[in-house]
Design a protein around this ligand. Structure first.
Ligand SMILES: [Zn+2]
Length: 479
């Protein structure tokens, strides 16, 4: 007797293999059988006729460290898209290990002001486990978080003693179940860090089998040097490297993805490397004057100095106020923004690359967030796979499930197979679509019928059901 049979659907298993008609039998949170289960008894049945049944999506690039701790109210930005697992702590920014009363410097403040209470990484994982997250979470340690914790000044490289203290923090976090280290050498908290510093801090990853994700130092004119630096760090440590949200910023660099992808492909012959990306031609992070100059348009996502600026065009606002956009950017601090500075050709070429995984990079605490927070996964399935035919639906699903689980070492997830955890999404391939826009960024996507997390119904037609079905996925934990 199964707990649940998802019947009559078309299964896309996450490996990239062609779809097949099959029922899915679920027992005790696991996939117990795949095949014709018409005559098999079950406590519940879900009619998936004319629907795709796929592994729950894995969002490999998130800043959900705090979102996961808050009890969800209303529609959930991840569950409503079919996401069942997130990787947190990217771009050098993690909530732990860092305890302090005052807000940390940007970009750490993307995670909020009032949640810096975990002195050890294991304390954060324990708190997450106790609160019961809505989705499964695998967690990275942020290099900038370690720098803020261990360094009195951030405008220089770490001393050997400081690097050793950060390495010890990382080793402790790895023992507690962290997935690896993330870096954000682009950000003010880490621009002064050298590759040697990252290698010294990351030393425990080698023996622990951890990985490193990198928001590289420059995604504009100097991207070539920045990519080589990131690859050098991963190669020296002998670990897998994930290049975060691969893209090219600034008009001068449009079209250069042909060159950067060739560089990454070449490197992949000698070391473990892959990358994630989001399906939009605008980026989003803290408001930085340097980034304003590279952009065709800039939309303010939040501002502490002037909350009314959220959702507005920085250029239009600057014109109305008679100031230069860069000057206004300074006046709005601390603040965040969406930047229109990428080419659609690069976005498509990068997303279509066989090594590309999907990661939203969504910022859950922004007042007027980039629509990627609510729309990333349906947008890949609807806009890019179905409407633009950039790749098959099987390949789209693979980029957000099987490939991601393999690259991040998430055992027993990302592929629909007997014995695996029952993270499952049922969606309508004809209707699946993102609805979040820059003007209306929190619209719930359509076409995601049902989302199961560890066998429990977590979301139905965009409406949140079970908000505690997720688990903390500790590295080295049992599959
Ligand atoms: Zn980033």
């Amino acid at each position: 007797m199964f707990d649940l049979i998802i019947e009559g659907g078309t299964v896309i298993d996450g490996t990239g293999a062609p779809r097949v008609r099959a029922d899915l039998g679920i027992l005790a949170g696991r996939i117990a059988r795949i095949g014709d289960l018409a005559d098999v008894p079950a406590h519940a049945r879900f009619d998936a006729r004319a629907r795709i049944v796929a592994p729950g999506f894995i969002d490999v690039h998130t800043h959900d460290d705090r979102l996961l701790l808050d009890a969800p109210v209303g529609a959930h930005p991840k569950l409503s898209q079919g996401v069942t697992t997130v990787v947190t702590g990217n771009c050098g920014i993690s909530l732990a290990p860092l305890r302090r009363a005052t807000p940390p410097p940007a970009p750490l403040d993307l995670l909020g002001d009032d949640v810096w209470r975990y002195d050890r990484f294991g304390d954060y994982l324990d708190a997450l486990e106790q609160s019961g997250p809505a989705v499964n979470a695998a967690c990275l340690v942020g290099h900038s978080t370690l720098r803020v914790r261990r360094m009195a000044r951030l405008d220089r490289a770490a001393t050997p003693d400081e690097a050793q203290a950060m390495a010890a923090d990382l080793a402790e976090a790895m023992a507690a179940g962290a997935l690896g280290l993330s870096t954000g050498l682009y950000y003010p908290t880490a621009t002064a860090a050298t590759a040697e510093e990252v290698i010294a801090v990351g030393a425990p990853l080698t023996a622990a089998g951890g990985l490193v994700t990198m928001h590289i130092r420059d995604e504009g004119d100097a991207i070539d040097t920045a990519l080589r630096e990131a690859l050098h760090i991963g190669r020296t440590l002998g670990i897998d490297t994930v290049l975060s949200h691969h893209k090219l910023i600034g008009r001068n660099n449009h079209g250069r993805s042909a060159e950067t992808l060739a560089l990454i492909e070449h490197a992949s012959q000698g070391q473990g490397v892959c990358f994630d990306c989001y399906p939009y031609n605008a980026s989003s992070t803290i408001l930085l004057a340097s980034r304003v100059r590279q952009s065709d348009d800039v939309r303010v996502t939040w501002s502490k100095a002037d909350p009314s600026a959220a959702g507005q065009s920085l250029f239009a606002l600057a014109k109305a106020r008679g100031v230069a956009p860069e000057a206004l950017a300074d006046m709005l601090q601390p603040a965040g923004a969406v930047y229109f500075a990428m080419s659609e050709d690069d976005v498509s070429r990068i997303l279509a690359h066989p090594m590309a995984m999907v990661g939203s990079d969504g910022l859950a605490h922004d007042v007027s967030p980039h629509p990627r927070l609510w729309g990333t996964f349906p947008r890949v399935l609807g806009h890019y796979a179905r409407d633009r035919r950039l790749f098959s639906l099987e390949m789209a699903v693979h980029k957000m499930t099987g490939l991601s689980a393999r690259r991040f070492g998430l055992a027993g997830r990302g592929v629909l197979a007997v014995g695996h955890h029952a993270d499952v999404v049922v969606f309508d391939a004809q209707r699946v679509a993102d609805r979040a826009t820059y003007a209306l960024p929190t619209e719930v996507s359509t076409g995601i019928d049902a989302v199961y997390v560890n066998g429990r119904l977590a979301c139905r037609d965009g409406a949140t059901q079970d908000v505690h079905a997720g688990r903390v996925l500790r590295r080295g934990g049992t599959a």
